[in-house]
Write a protein that binds this ligand. Structure first.
Ligand code: NAI
Length: 316
């Protein structure tokens, strides 16, 4: 039998936490034959609720679950962790400036970076979910210099999956037959969901999405804004932000990172880019970028550069 893998979930008493821990314990993240130990971290005001989640995990009697630690001590939470899913963070509240939210989260990610660096496995794989996800991941990287930068990523897979979902609805095909969309840039409304290389497996072979949709107008406008603003649409409908889809996509992100994607298909992850190939993941090279895409890429890159300097100014 395989040795258990230790998975940390921060913010585990929150919405996404509550949705993701049973998925991990059932093998949706690391496979149906991989035992896991769950470490769950939250803050003091949520301690009792976090303990309730632990009680439910015990009650669910998951055969793959070999241990549960529920704690408010970040050092204890990070001990021996192989996979870290960083969901905990300070939410934007009404009337709060962007800079105030940034400042709170940058401090949290700075402190948790140090705790991971000190206590986690040397080859820990980190996925940042909490917003601003790209910038939190950047800060984590800067304050955990001994963790390989290729091991620090953020979640854009939810946006990727949302794009697959929209194409599947539009063409009335199974979502599993749609592949190779790309999410460029920030996990925000400037992100650019790109279908220029996406395909659908049909009875007549693989066909480009652009050919099947045959409506560039829809692909260049409504499709893009629907994916960009899907998070806001979920909040409007549920009065709460996406949780089950975020949790499921976080499992997809780690699963494909650890186990790989099928030949000929790729997925979207927020990564620290040096433009070259790596061992565990690699950046798909050589894609043709048209003028429309170029403009969108530049806009979201510009936003990320601004977030980076805002984050750094919060630390000074
Ligand atoms: P939530 O508010 O229900 O849960 C957050 C949890 O984090 C709370 O239990 C809170 O006590 C905890 N927390 C706060 N500070 C902490 C700290 N320093 N250490 C550990 N835990 C801490 O929020 P929800 O809905 O679960 O979302 C979590 C985050 O994920 C938010 O930042 C949200 O914006 C983001 N998100 C990102 C998505 C993505 O695609 N990248 C999609 C959906 C949400």
């Amino acid at each position: 039998e395989k040795e258990p893998v230790t998975v940390l979930v921060t913010g585990a008493a929150g919405q996404i936490g509550y949705a993701i821990v049973p998925m991990i314990a059932r093998g949706a993240m690391l496979g149906p034959d991989q035992p896991v130990i769950l470490h769950m971290l939250d803050i003091e005001p949520a301690a009792e609720s976090l303990n309730g989640v632990k009680m439910e995990l015990i009650d669910a009697a998951f055969p793959l679950l070999r241990g549960v630690v529920a704690t408010t001590d970040v050092q204890e939470a990070c001990k021996g962790v192989n996979i870290a899913v960083m969901v905990g963070g300070f939410p934007r509240k009404e009337g709060m400036e962007r800079k105030d939210v940034m400042s709170k989260n940058v401090s949290i990610y700075k402190a948790q970076a140090s705790a991971l660096e000190k206590n986690a496995a040397a080859d820990v794989k980190v996925l940042v979910v909490a917003n601003p996800a790209n910038t939190n991941a950047l800060i984590l990287k800067e304050f955990a210099p001994s963790i390989p930068e290729k091991n620090i990523t953020c979640l854009t897979r939810l946006d990727h999956n949302r794009a697959l979902g929209q194409i599947s609805e539009k063409l009335n095909v199974h979502v599993g037959d749609v592949k190779n969309v790309i999410i460029w840039g920030n996990h925000s409304s400037t992100q650019y969901p790109d279908v220029n290389h996406a395909t659908v497996t049909t009875s007549g072979g693989e066909k480009p999405v652009r050919e099947l949709v045959a409506n560039d107008q829809w692909l260049n406008t409504e499709f893009i804004t629907t994916v960009q603003q899907r998070g806001a649409a979920i909040i409007k409908a549920r009065k709460l932000s996406s949780a089950l889809s975020a949790a499921s996509s976080a499992c997809d992100h780690i699963r494909d990172w650890v186990l790989g994607t099928p030949k000929g298909s790729w997925v979207s992850m927020g990564v620290y880019s040096d433009g070259s190939y790596g061992i565990q993941w690699s950046i798909v090279q050589g894609l043709k970028i048209d003028e429309f895409s170029r403009g969108k890429l530049d806009a979201t890159a510009q936003e990320l550069i601004e977030e980076k300097s805002l984050a750094h100014s919060c630390l000074n």
